[in-house]
Write a protein that binds this ligand. Structure first.
Ligand code: FES
Ligand code: FES
Length: 216
């Protein structure tokens, strides 16, 4: 099943190369680095900083306080107890590298790591992540140096539009740690929760094998 159409995945910006785009999207995915076709948070905010909307919400009642260690930085924020981790990352903390595809646990675009394990953040409550360590695509690179799996996806053209790519990479990194990247069939099976509507699957498998070698 393919993720539903999203305005975020359409109409590539003229003059913005696919390889250049994905390099930026996978390294930082900050609002300033994303083409205008990808929805920006309501208020301009540095990645990881509270948006204006979030700051206003902080003052309202009926919220719960959560401590999230996000990409190595501890953040204490007040959230609606019904808020998903995905919306909290994207709308409250301007970490828009994590994508919303189906918003119902079927496409894998929103995959992040919680305590090193991959989860679909659209089905994870932010409150449930209280006290836990969350890693998003923005947290994979070491400064300017891409994570080997990010580099492998670029080297193997493991994407077309790039919308699913952050989730694919987060799953792929976890997949290797899980020991489920031993064969092509294993990779296909254990990556089956990550849908690519561009059908870049052969290149994704090649990239994961390359990334596996670079990280093991
Ligand atoms: S957005 Fe599709 S699984 Fe979360
Ligand atoms: S959905 Fe376009 S590259 Fe995967």
């Amino acid at each position: 099943m393919h993720p539903p159409n999203s305005a975020e995945g359409q109409n590539p910006v003229e003059g913005f190369s696919r390889r250049g785009f994905i390099g930026q999207a996978t390294v930082l995915a900050g609002a300033a680095a994303i083409p205008t076709t990808i929805a920006a948070p309501p208020a301009a905010a540095a990645p990881g900083a509270l948006t204006e909307e979030a700051a206003a919400l902080e003052a309202t009642e009926n919220l719960v306080t959560v401590d999230l260690k996000i990409n190595g930085t501890v953040r204490k924020i007040r959230v609606d107890p019904r808020s998903t981790l995905l919306d909290t990352l994207r709308e409250r903390l301007a970490l828009t590298g994590t994508k919303k595809g189906c918003d119902r646990g079927q496409c894998g675009a929103c995959t992040v790591h919680v305590d090193g394990r991959r989860v679909v953040s659209c089905l994870t409550l932010a409150a449930a992540a209280d006290g836990h360590s969350v890693t998003t695509i923005e947290g994979l690179a070491d400064g300017d140096e891409l994570h080997p799996m990010q580099q492998a996806f670029i080297d193997h053209d493991g994407f077309q539009c790039g919308f699913c790519t952050p989730g694919q990479i987060m799953s792929a990194v976890a997949l290797v740690k899980e020991g489920h990247a031993g064969s092509d069939d294993d990779i296909r099976e254990f990556m089956s929760g990550n849908i690519c509507r561009c059908s870049a699957y052969p290149n994704i498998v090649s990239a994961i094998k390359d990334g596996r070698e670079a990280t093991s």
